[in-house]
Write a protein that binds this ligand. Structure first.
Ligand code: NAD
Length: 258
C-alpha cells in the first residue's frame, strides 16, 4: 500500500506537534506546516531522525488563502498526493468584549475561522481531483460548545468552525471525504499559558490560582496529555472512523457533556 500523506497546520509545537509525531509513527508522510519556520524545521528534523525522510516543513500563515493553496500544491509536488488535512493552527485572544482590540479580533477570525475555511477548500479540491476520498480534521474546542467570559472572539471562531465542518461534511460526503473536529478542554501548551495568564491579569488573580480553578472543573482531575488528543485525531483519520463525519468530539476529561 502506498504511504499516506498528511498536512498538519500549527505543527511546530503543542497539539499539532503531537499529531505530527503520531502520524509519522503510523507510517504517514508528514508535512509540518507552521507560521514559525524555526519550530517547524525542528519538529520535521526530529521526525526524520527517527523515521528517515518521513517529513518536510512548510512555512505559511494559514490566514492567507493563496499560501494555503500553495501549501497543498507543494506537498503534492513533494510527496505525490494528499490524504489527510489537519486544520490545527489557532490563536487565542483574551479580553473583555468592551475593551477588545479590533485588529486582534480581526486577526483571530482570519487565522482560526478563515484559515480553517481555506484549509478545507484547498484540501477538498485536491481530494476531489484525486478521486479517492480524504480526511479533514479541524481543531474546535470546548469553547465551541459553551461560551466563556473574556473569550468572546475565540469562542465565536470555534463555534463557527463546528458549523463550517458540519456543512463541509454534508457537501463533501459524495466524494468520500469525511470532516470532523476535536474539542479539547484543557491541554497544557503555550496557548493555554497565555489564556491563564491573561485571564488572571484581568480577574486580578494569579495564573496558578486561575489554572487551579479551571482544573477543578475537570471530572478526571487533570488536563489532557498531548498524546491523548493526538490519539483521537489518529482515530478520526483511520479506517476505523470511516463512517464518522460532521462530528465534533469533546475530549475534556468530563468538563461538560452535550
Ligand atoms: P499552541 O499555541 O501551543 O500552538 C499553535 C501552533 O500554531 C504554533 O506552533 C503556532 O506557531 C502555529 N500558528 C499560529 N498561528 C498560525 C498561523 N496563522 N499560520 C500557521 N501556523 C500558526 O496551541 P495549541 O494549544 O497546541 O492549540 C492547537 C489548536 O488546538 C488550536 O486551534 C487551539 O485553539 C486548539 N485548542 C487548544 C486547547 C488547549 O487547551 N491547548 C484547547 C482547545 C482547543
Amino acid at each position: 500500500m502506498t504511504q499516506k500523506v498528511a498536512i498538519i497546520t500549527g505543527a511546530g509545537r503543542g497539539i499539532g506537534k503531537a499529531i505530527a509525531e503520531h502520524l509519522a509513527a503510523e507510517n504517514y508522510f508528514v508535512a509540518v506546516a507552521d507560521i514559525d519556520g524555526v519550530t517547524a524545521k525542528y519538529v520535521s528534523e526530529r521526525l526524520n531522525a527517527i523515521f528517515p525522510q518521513v517529513s518536510r516543513h512548510y512555512v505559511l500563515d494559514v490566514a492567507e488563502r493563496e499560501a494555503v493553496f500553495n501549501l497543498v500544491d507543494n506537498v503534492v509536488a513533494d510527496f505525490g498526493r494528499l490524504d489527510v488535512f489537519i486544520n490545527n493552527a489557532g490563536i487565542a485572544y483574551i479580553n473583555n468584549l468592551v475593551d477588545s482590540d479590533p485588529d486582534k479580533v480581526e486577526r483571530l477570525f482570519d487565522v482560526n475561522l478563515k484559515g480553517t475555511f481555506w484549509g478545507i477548500q484547498a484540501a477538498a479540491k485536491q481530494f476531489i481531483k484525486q478521486g479517492d476520498g480524504g480526511r479533514i480534521v479541524n481543531a474546535a474546542s470546548l469553547a465551541a460548545v459553551e461560551g466563556s467570559a473574556l473569550q468572546g472572539a475565540y469562542s465565536a471562531s470555534k463555534f463557527a468552525i463546528r458549523g463550517l465542518g458540519q456543512s463541509a461534511a454534508k457537501e463533501l460526503a459524495q466524494y468520500g471525504i469525511t470532516v470532523n473536529a476535536y474539542d479539547p478542554g484543557i491541554v497544557l501548551t503555550p496557548l493555554r499559558d497565555y489564556i491563564d495568564q491573561r485571564t488572571a491579569q484581568i480577574k486580578n488573580t494569579t495564573p496558578t490560582d486561575q489554572r487551579k480553578s479551571v482544573i477543578d472543573e475537570i471530572a478526571l482531575g487533570r488536563p489532557a496529555k498531548l498524546d491523548e488528543i493526538a490519539d483521537l485525531v489518529s482515530f478520526l483519520v483511520s479506517n476505523k472512523a470511516k463512517y464518522i463525519t460532521g462530528q465534533s468530539i469533546l475530549i475534556d476529561g468530563g468538563m461538560r457533556f452535550h
